[in-house]
Write a protein that binds this ligand. Structure first.
Ligand code: SF4
Ligand code: SF4
Length: 217
């Protein structure tokens, strides 16, 4: 998502990579679940997140829409995000004790928090610390790669870069699009190709993602 923010105000001014140590740990959150509540539509989901949600919940994309997730137009492309529940204004995957029920398969945004990603023009990215997001007072240090806890991080980072580049290019193409029907078609097409058809959760995600990417192209 393209955001116009002054980084000096929201980060410590440093850029990190996966082997760097960052001050983010919060003693297993000690019963706090603030970042899973009242965050509106900010927890964006990518195809790897949907693959993991399908695995965790044994549901298809269509079965999750308007229950755990919702869709909206972001920078010209229709994409999903975690949905806050109407009654609690919290993520529907949070249990009554304030714990994530799909912790080992939680989305990338949830894994990162309070880290974020900062992309350059070529969709290469660094990690940043959003210093105002988690108010836990006594944070400890962890390596970025351990904090994320994602298997095969090199492959994952490659996918994140490719997905960012792909959505950015479609968004830029649609910025110039003046035909209403074309706009509608291409803004929905990523959802039709990368999210709606169920992933085979017994198969490798990356193989399936790049198959879909080839088909899209
Ligand atoms: S706000 Fe910080 S301490 Fe609270 S749940 Fe989120 S990461 Fe944990
Ligand atoms: S998926 Fe889990 S970690 Fe992410 S917002 Fe929901 S409850 Fe919190």
């Amino acid at each position: 998502m393209l955001r116009d923010v002054d980084l000096s105000e929201v980060t410590d001014g440093k850029l990190y990579n996966k082997d760097d140590s960052v001050r983010v740990t919060c003693d297993d959150c000690r019963g706090c679940s603030e970042c899973c509540k009242t965050v509106g539509d900010t927890i964006l989901l990518d195809p790897f997140d949907i693959y993991n949600l399908e695995k965790a919940l044994d549901k298809s994309f269509a079965e999750m829409v308007e229950k755990e997730i919702e869709i909206r137009l972001i920078d010209n492309v229709v994409l999903p995000n975690i949905m806050m529940q109407e009654d609690s204004d919290a993520c529907g995957l949070l249990d009554e004790n304030g714990r994530c029920t799909i912790h080992s398969l939680r989305p990338g945004f949830c894994r990162l928090f309070p880290l974020g990603r900062l992309y350059d023009e070529d969709s290469n990215f660094n990690y940043i610390i959003q210093v105002k997001e988690c108010r836990y007072p006594d944070k400890g240090y962890a390596l970025v790669k351990d904090w994320l806890g994602i298997e095969d991080l090199d492959k994952y980072e490659r996918f994140i870069k490719d997905w960012h580049s792909f959505t950015k290019n479609i968004g830029a193409f649609l910025d110039e699009c003046t035909d209403e029907n074309e706009f509608k078609k291409y803004s929905w097409l990523p959802l039709r190709v990368f999210f709606e058809p169920k992933y085979d959760t017994k198969r490798d995600f990356y193989e399936q993602f790049y198959e879909r990417m080839r088909r899209f192209k």
